[in-house]
Design a protein around this ligand. Structure first.
Ligand SMILES: NC(=O)C1=CN([C@@H]2O[C@H](COP(=O)(O)OP(=O)(O)OC[C@H]3O[C@@H](n4cnc5c(N)ncnc54)[C@H](O)[C@@H]3O)[C@@H](O)[C@H]2O)C=CC1
Ligand SMILES: O=C([O-])CC(=O)C(=O)O
Length: 336
């Protein structure tokens, strides 16, 4: 039988080896904002995050001090405007919600002029300081900011398509919630693949592929699709000039980050929609697309095709592709 001290030594070794294999430092760039603050809090609650690095041009040290008092194991550091490089040292996952949100009457594309350069400069710093990091882009317009990140990293010679993701999870979250409401089902049990991109007609929910959604037809179907495609506008209108979705987006961002961390740490079969460099419609000049993606220890493991579509869904996809192509080209042209 092992002595008490030998038992302690064994359990200490176990604790060390399990935490050593799961050392995950996550950075949030834009941590002082409407999304950044609750997202930082939710990431502090995730036991897979061992260190949280919070950066913003305004207010990140204060957010970090606040979040750091939450009684979970991870450490939290805040970095002011001039310490971006320090914020990125050793990070494995970088989540970017930096940039301006919409006001009523604006499209996501109207944010391009401001957010394109913010995202480009942040991506460039990640490429320089943490070239192996996974980058999760929340800043809008996602259809353009993801190609901007990819092109910026490509220019620096460090682009790996397995490690750049547009976070489209809020569309999936909305679809689950809205379908759950109609079908009187628990949203946690409703998984709707939402494919395409992240703006109005580029958001294509595949309701025929979910048991609770496939029976929805006629006017109810049309209204549901519209609500999923324009859920963001619903929030922008209700906030009446004070911004766009922040709390549901923080939830969605934490959900996607959590899924990626589980896959990076070895969990198999983690498959979620996300906007990535994709071969699915590359022959039509559309080389970024959101579809179900299996995540693995290196990021993107397998990109699934969209599968069988109903006639309505085919029409939605036909409307999505030209718009998406324009948005992607605009992002690429900005970096070129
Ligand atoms: N992907 C999605 O589904 C969604 C995306 N969004 C987008 O997320 C972005 C952020 O939205 P909110 O948090 O509501 O805006 P916000 O204005 O509340 O916060 C943005 C934060 O970014 C910071 N920031 C600006 N430039 C920066 C830089 N160069 N480096 C670091 N931080 C910088 C600001 O200081 C601010 O704290 C917007 O572009 C919005 O459209 C919003 C909801 C859903
Ligand atoms: O609508 C917006 O501008 C913010 C966003 O992307 C969303 O809520 O889906």
């Amino acid at each position: 039988m092992l002595s008490r001290s030998a038992l302690r030594a064994v359990s200490n070794t176990r604790a060390f080896s399990s935490s050593a294999s799961r050392q995950t430092k996550v950075a949030v760039l834009g941590a002082g904002g409407g999304i950044g603050q609750p997202l930082s809090l939710l990431l502090k609650l995730n036991p897979q995050v061992t260190s949280l690095s919070l950066y913003d041009i305004r207010g990140a040290p204060g957010v970090a001090a606040d979040v750091s008092h939450v009684d979970t194991n991870s450490e939290v550091h805040g970095y002011p405007a001039d310490q971006l490089d320090q914020a990125l040292e050793g990070v494995k996952v970088v989540v970017i919600p930096a940039g301006v949100p919409r006001k009523p009457g604006m499209t996501r594309d109207d944010l391009f002029n401001t957010n394109a350069s913010i995202v480009r400069d942040l991506a460039s710093a990640v490429g320089r300081v943490a070239p192996d990091a996974h980058i999760l882009v929340i800043s809008n317009p996602v259809n353009s900011t993801v190609p901007i990140v990819a092109a910026t990293l490509e220019k620096a010679g460090v682009f790996d398509p397995k490690r750049v993701f547009g976070v489209t999870t809020l569309d999936v979250v909305r679809a689950s919630r809205f379908v759950g409401g109609i079908a009187e089902a628990d949203p946690a049990e409703v998984a709707v693949p939402v494919v395409g991109g992240h703006s109005g007609p580029t958001i294509v929910p595949l309701l025929s592929q979910t048991p609770q959604g496939k029976g929805i037809t006629g006017e109810v179907y049309d209204k549901l699709v519209h609500r999923i495609q324009f859920g963001g506008d619903e929030v922008v209108k209700a906030k009446d000039g004070a911004g766009s979705a922040t709390l549901s987006m923080a939830y969605a961002g934490a959900k996607f980050t959590g899924a990626l961390l589980r896959a990076l740490n070895g969990e198999k079969g983690v498959t979620v929609p996300t906007f990535v460099k994709s071969p699915l419609y590359a022959d039509q000049g559309i080389d970024f697309f959101s579809s179900l993606v299996e995540l693995g220890p290196n990021g993107v493991e397998k990109i699934h095709p969209v599968g069988e579509l109903s006639a309505e869904e085919q029409k939605l996809l036909d409307a999505c592709l030209p718009e998406l192509k324009k948005n992607i080209e605009k992002g690429k042209a900005f970096v070129a």
